[in-house]
Structure formats: structure tokens, C-alpha cells
Design a protein around this ligand. Structure first.
Ligand SMILES: [Zn+2]
Length: 271
């Protein structure tokens, strides 16, 4: 019995040291109150989450900070956390930005090049219609010391694209974004979190420094700069769960989503 407890204790210590340097990367989409849309978080809930992070001495960092930390071993502030927003919805500008400013926090938004300043018609699966940030809003977002990085040109499933299409979505989009916003674009966000080795090869060829995924296909035992796992923050997020998701055991939530998806996949296979 004593040996078993000792082994479990050692295992926990090992896991703690293994994962304590992992920085939680949160994934948001819309900041809006839309019943039934798990990707839309109300502004009240978002405010509550930022208030918690501020009160508990969390420090928001940029993708560049994270890269420098992982590659050049630069030191990060205490309790580092990276906030990311997918798709570049206009409510990120109207609802999230004022709160980020209130708490002096930073974040990165990933707009889709060909959908800038347009209705969200790429989501043609019953989503409520809304707008994305236009060019003026994107420039203002940058002027507030917040970051912008690419999320491809059309938001395709990259794993279903041929090489020519991948080059357009990944390489050409980087150049177009750099020209449009007059800044370097080094960090790609995969639509739907999907990627494979062919995608990674093109991402590397385009000289991106890192790429953000979700939990799908990401390794958990080591950090792959081109497959960084992110933690989704859904609309129904309870505060106690949020607190765990930003804690040093957050990687467990990534693992849980991975296993949940694999389990569902297996279940469908044997139906
Ligand atoms: Zn997206």
C-alpha cells in the first residue's frame, strides 16, 4: 500500500514538473449573448473572467512573448496567459476591447483575410448573422497594442486542400496581411484547429514561427510550436471550471477534450 501511494505521489510530482511551464492559451470566438451558440460568450461572463485574471495576478502575453520564451528561453511574467480570438468578429472590437483596455491586458485576434469587414457567411450552418471587424477597426485594434495574426484567406479545412490551395491560404495570405496591416505576420491559426504534416510543412516554408491549433492531433507530452493546443472557452463556461482551465493543471482540460473527441469518433465508428 505504502509503495503504491509513493508511486502515485512520484507520478504526480513528475506530471507537475512536466507541465508547469505550459502556458494556458485560451480560445474565444464571439463576445455576444446568443442562446444556443457555444462559441458566443456574453460580455458579462467575459468581464467576470478578466476580473478574475486581474485579481489573481495573471499577466496576458503576446504570441511573440510565447515564442521568445519557448525558443530563446526568455522569462515570462508571473502567471502568464495568452488570450486568442478566432475569426475577427466585430463584437471583439466593440465588446472585448474596452474590457481588455480596462484591465490593461493584451490579446491576439485571427481575422480571415477574405472576410474582413463582411457578414460571417463562411459560417453557413445556421449561425446568427453578424459582421467582422473592418480595416479601420483592425488598425485601431493594433493601435491599442493588441495583436493581429492570420487565420487563412477563406477559412477552409486545410486537411482537405491540395498543395496549390494550401499555398494560397497559408503563404499568399501571410504576404497579403503584412501588406494590409504593415506588420510582420508570424503566427498562424488553423481553421477548425485542423492540420496535418503537409500543412505544417507549408507553414514552415512560409516562415511562420508558430501555429495555433485546438486539441485535435496536438501532442501533449512535448511542445510542438506548429501545433499549439488551445483551451476553448464556451458560452456556458462556469467560473469554477474557468479557474481550473487557467491554472497549472489546464493541460488536463486539453487532454479531456482530446479523449472526448476520440471517444465520440469510436462510438460513431461502431454504430
Ligand atoms: Zn475560425
Amino acid at each position: 500500500m505504502f509503495i503504491l501511494i509513493f508511486i502515485i505521489f512520484c507520478l504526480l510530482i513528475l506530471l507537475y514538473f512536466k507541465f508547469k511551464n505550459y502556458v494556458p492559451i485560451l480560445m474565444y470566438h464571439r463576445i455576444a449573448d446568443i442562446p444556443g451558440d457555444r462559441n458566443a460568450l456574453s460580455q458579462e461572463k467575459f468581464a467576470e473572467q478578466l476580473a478574475y485574471l486581474a485579481a489573481h495576478n495573471y499577466h496576458t502575453i503576446t504570441p511573440q512573448d510565447l515564442y521568445n520564451h519557448y525558443v530563446n528561453k526568455t522569462k515570462l511574467p508571473k502567471n502568464p496567459i495568452l488570450l486568442t480570438f478566432d475569426d475577427g468578429y466585430q463584437d471583439n472590437y466593440t465588446k472585448a476591447l474596452p474590457l481588455l483596455k480596462k484591465y490593461n491586458m493584451t490579446a491576439v485576434v485571427f481575422p480571415i483575410y477574405n472576410w474582413i469587414g463582411k457578414p460571417n457567411k463562411w459560417e453557413n450552418f445556421g449561425k446568427q448573422e453578424t459582421l467582422t471587424m473592418n480595416l479601420t477597426e483592425l488598425k485601431s485594434w493594433l493601435n491599442h497594442n493588441l495583436d493581429i495574426q492570420p487565420h487563412t484567406a477563406n477559412h477552409p479545412f486545410l486537411t482537405q486542400c491540395n498543395e496549390e490551395k494550401l499555398k494560397l491560404e497559408i503563404i499568399d495570405t501571410k504576404t497579403k496581411f503584412e501588406k494590409l496591416l504593415d506588420k510582420s505576420m508570424d503566427y498562424l491559426c488553423y481553421p477548425y484547429g485542423f492540420f496535418n504534416q503537409q500543412v505544417i510543412n507549408i507553414v514552415k516554408k512560409a516562415n511562420y514561427k508558430m501555429a495555433f491549433a485546438i486539441f485535435e492531433n496536438v501532442p501533449l507530452w512535448h511542445i510542438n510550436l506548429f501545433a499549439l493546443p488551445r483551451i476553448p472557452i464556451p458560452s456556458h463556461q462556469k467560473m469554477w471550471e474557468f479557474k481550473l482551465k487557467v491554472s497549472s493543471i489546464h493541460i488536463i482540460f486539453v487532454a479531456m477534450r482530446k479523449w472526448e473527441r476520440q471517444f465520440k469518433h469510436l462510438k460513431n465508428k461502431f454504430k
